[in-house]
Design a protein around this ligand. Structure first.
Ligand SMILES: *[C@@H]1O[C@H](CO)[C@@H](O)[C@H](O)[C@H]1NC(C)=O
Length: 360
């Protein structure tokens, strides 16, 4: 295994291209705010991603399932490149490449389909749906996930755009700042890699390194859809943290972290600094709070408080909804992030409604 890894790493771009072309020939590719008033059906999603909300809603209205609504709603954001942090052409990693993480979960069966570190495929949540539909697996990663996607008919395309390239070049020009390395030489806070391991940071240096994270680099779409009869589906899609180390996977494709659904209780989804948030399984925890009778807003707040105790500076927010259609959200207050915007659509509203909560 090690041998194959280093062999791959040593392969030049041309060799990789040639290999990919060969694989393409071998594989069949067929083208392809506060407590809300309760009503069902309900669509709730993170951030002011209005078109995603609308698409999910119209999918339900035209007879689609909750899973269809989540897939198309999040897929809309992938097409629209919401905030540059969902879909292609955003958040280039340390080598300039955009990679995608996505997940979809069925609250009736507790089935999950997810992809992580997906390369050269635009519709990540579409691929995640195929993982549920056509495999007995839950999570596929990296280039192998791309091969799976190609076999399911998704087009293989370059995810780099002028925009992602210029973000990458600007970052190179500023000595690769900011980045996600620590305890390495050369000093990652001053220069680019390649890095080697160095001594431990002291605690003050560690706290400072935590403060550097730019909040606008983590705007995942997370969506909860609750159908007219209380069926819950959730999903996420993101291109991850900008300038991430290659191979980094965030919370979004991890069940219970990025999102969680249980049709006996409700659903939740998270956005923010996934490297921190995934350690607390915030979405699972929120659903568990709701299961024991906690209202959605309080459930979201309790999850944020739990993380705060360990990591006061984390950037993050959670949305929660229960099967009677109550919903809420909460976020952690840090400098530059004191309010969180999210979208809601229900029969009580005649259009997608942007809601705001004050962070705690
Ligand atoms: C959902 O939350 C609302 C608000 O707290 C509550 O009245 C309702 O009973 C909850 N529904 C379920 C199924 O727990």
């Amino acid at each position: 295994m090690m041998y194959e890894c280093s062999r791959r790493a040593a392969m030049g771009f041309g060799a990789r291209r040639a290999l990919r072309f060969l694989l393409l020939l071998l594989l069949p590719v067929s083208g392809a705010a506060g407590a809300g008033l309760a009503a069902l059906p309900l669509v709730v999603n993170t951030w002011a991603f209005r078109k995603a909300t609308e698409t999910a809603w119209y999918t339900l209205q035209s007879g689609g399932s909750e899973l269809d609504a989540v897939e198309r709603g999040c897929g809309q954001c992938e097409t629209d490149q919401c905030d540059g942090s969902v879909g292609f052409g955003g958040s280039p990693d340390e080598h300039g490449e955009t990679t995608l993480d996505a997940m979809i979960m069925d609250g009736n069966t507790i089935e999950v389909g997810a992809v992580a570190d997906l390369r050269r495929i635009k519709n990540a949540i579409g691929v995640a749906r195929k993982v549920i539909k056509h495999t007995k697996h839950t999570l596929l990663v990296g280039e192998s996930a791309s091969l799976f996607a190609e076999s399911m008919g998704f087009p293989c395309e370059d995810l780099t755009t002028q925009n992602s390239l210029s973000i990458y070049l600007k970052w190179l020009n500023q000595n690769c700042q900011p980045n996600y390395w620590k305890n390495v030489i050369p000093d990652a806070s001053k220069s680019c890699g390649p890095y080697k391991q160095a001594k431990q940071l002291n605690s003050e240096e560690w706290i400072n390194s935590q403060k550097r994270i730019n909040i606008h680099n983590h705007d995942t779409i997370g969506m909860i859809v609750i159908g007219g009869s209380g069926n819950v589906a959730v999903g996420t899609s993101t291109n991850g943290a900008v300038h991430k180390i290659q191979g980094r996977v965030g919370d979004s494709p991890i069940a219970g972290a990025g999102a969680y659904a249980d049709s006996t209780t409700g659903g939740a989804a998270a956005t923010g600094d996934g490297d921190i948030m995934m350690r607390f399984l915030p979405s699972y925890q929120a659903v568990e709070y709701m299961r024991t009778g906690t209202d959605p807003t309080t459930a979201c707040q309790k999850v944020i408080s739990r993380i705060q105790k360990y990591v006061p500076y984390f950037f993050g927010a959670v949305i929660c909804a229960n099967t009677t259609g109550s919903y809420g959200a909460a976020c952690n207050k840090v400098p530059g992030f004191t309010q969180f915007h999210f979208m809601v659509y229900s029969p009580l509203l005649n259009q997608p409604s942007e809601q705001v909560v004050d962070c705690i």
